[in-house]
Design a protein around this ligand. Structure first.
Ligand code: AMP
Length: 281
């Protein structure tokens, strides 16, 4: 496995693989890898001849008051995890390699990016769509792997690929959790011991909501209230949103009878955590 920092090196390697007729999978990440990322890498390794992991804390997807400066980074640990999981190449560029000083071209999306996380993070998905488009152009993979953990992101990337006719398949992968239910996240490292315990209110609330839907509850407002009550019962929590939307277009629903995404964003202390469940039917 090799680590490269320039676009030119990625292109040269992928060109050599293509000359041999090999398929290529891409796993875009912001690094500080955990078992959630690892599950995406393992899936790519299983489904492609070669796997590229991008490891880049993308500055343009952070808002001015967000955690860009403190976002955890550890490339040596990431490299060991990638190697052990069977990845072939890590692309670990500096911000200057990705963004020229006079960079001014963005990929933007209406509708899907306005609700849920887009409400409090108005420039986030523009940053995500732009960097992911750049990575798709740099690597030109056959498949790219994204976690359901960031469900809105998965829906947005799928729509971008469809709308702009990008020639690759997007593979969505299930949420990997800690034994007690907390969705794995690089941001979990911000939590104190008390906050780590408090953070369980997200998965607890969502589990209650999912159980109600599975038991036949179709009133979205009731399910939302159930999830909200469970999260609000935790004193260290502050809800950003609790939403139930149509999984196909992310529009709010009154009934949970169709394919739905139930998504939450909650501050635990200063740390903003997200989690969700999807029911497809
Ligand atoms: P990030 O490094 O947080 O930008 O995440 C990179 C990719 O890993 C995204 O597609 C995430 O959805 C995915 N991911 C992060 N955490 C998890 C998790 N707990 N389970 C599954 N996928 C995850």
């Amino acid at each position: 496995m090799t680590i490269v920092k320039t676009i030119e090196e990625v292109r040269a390697q992928v060109k050599a693989w293509r000359a041999e007729g090999l398929t290529v999978g891409l796993v875009p990440t912001m690094g500080y890898l955990h078992e959630g990322h690892q599950s995406l890498i393992a899936r790519s390794v299983a489904e492609n001849d070669r796997t590229v992991v991008s490891d880049f804390v993308n500055p343009i997807q952070f808002g001015p008051s967000e955690d860009l400066a403190t976002y955890p980074r550890d490339i040596d640990r990431d490299a060991a995890l990638c190697e052990q999981t069977g990845a072939d190449l890590i692309f670990h560029p500096e911000a200057e390699e990705m963004y020229a000083p006079d960079f001014c071209t963005y990929v933007d999306m209406d509708h899907l990016t306005k609700g849920l996380c887009g409400k409090t993070r108005p420039t986030h998905f523009r940053g995500v769509c732009t960097v992911v488009s750049k990575l798709f152009h740099i690597v030109q993979p056959d498949r790219a792997y994204f976690g359901q953990k960031d469900a809105q992101q998965l829906a947005v990337i799928r729509r971008m690929v469809r709308d702009l006719n990008m020639p690759l398949d997007i593979v969505g992968c299930p949420i990997i959790r800690e034994a007690d239910g907390l969705a794995k996240s690089s941001r979990n490292t911000y939590l104190s011991a008390a906050e780590r315990q408090a953070a369980l209110c997200l998965s607890r609330g969502l589990n209650k909501g999912r159980a109600a839907v599975e038991a036949g509850e179709t009133d979205a407002a009731k399910v939302k209230a159930m999830i909200t009550a469970e999260i609000e019962a935790e004193p260290l929590s502050r809800i950003d949103y609790v939403e139930i939307v149509d999984w196909n277009n992310l529009e709010p629903v009154d009934s949970t009878a169709g394919s739905i995404l139930a998504a939450v964003a909650v501050y635990i202390g200063k740390t903003r955590l997200i989690d969700n469940f999807i029911i497809e039917r």
